[in-house]
Write a protein of this length. Sequence first.
Length: 257
Amino acid sequence: MIEQFTQKTQEALNFYVYALVDPSDNKIFYIGKGNANRVFAHINEALISVQASDKLEIIRSIRLSNLKVQHFIIRHGLEEGEAILLESVLIDFLTYKDFIEVAKISNIVSGAHSFNLGIRTADECEILYNCEKLNEEDIKHSILVININKTFDIKRNKKQRDIYSRPNIYEATRGYWRIKEKKLANIEYVLAEYKGIIRALFKPERWYQNVERNNRWGFEGSPVTDSDITDLYLNKEISKIKGMANPLRYFYPQTLS
């Protein structure tokens, strides 16, 4: 079983999408994209790094059993954008809740743009694209709405592009932002707005300051899954304020305003 590609093979493959498989049960545990010898890099990472992650622990367990990770190239000869899209589709497919027995996928985050282009029922598609409006009188909590149009877009300057980065809505939302410190304690939920629609909700658990730019704040938190909350805000269209350049907007229950 090879541990790296020859230079000739690397050039022929160009960008590709790959799967790592556990030989003990023949289940996929990781989907990735890259070029050159990227597919083999995870093995070295598991040996050298002391970092703990599902992916690395699975690799270490395989090696302790005197087995070898199986590497599959799913598609090759791709352009970078094609590889990004295919990786996203496969991760979304394998992590979809109703397909949970298909694989034991360990990718930490969903594929690029899977939250609005991923697997959905017909009803969910209708909800997503024929959105109800979020009216101020419907707001029941103190919320911070963050527009992530710029931070979530995967298009980058070629000189700055990182082919291994994977856009993630949580990472695009969590910071850093110019927020007045006195407002932080009152924020119950942070809502991610992408192209005028509330795409995700997070409960901030800790706010932290950017050490280099102390007027900017980020947060650590968790996705909101309580249907009583998500039904109020998720996939709702939020009205635009003409001429507004600030990506942050604060909303409060009318009883508190």
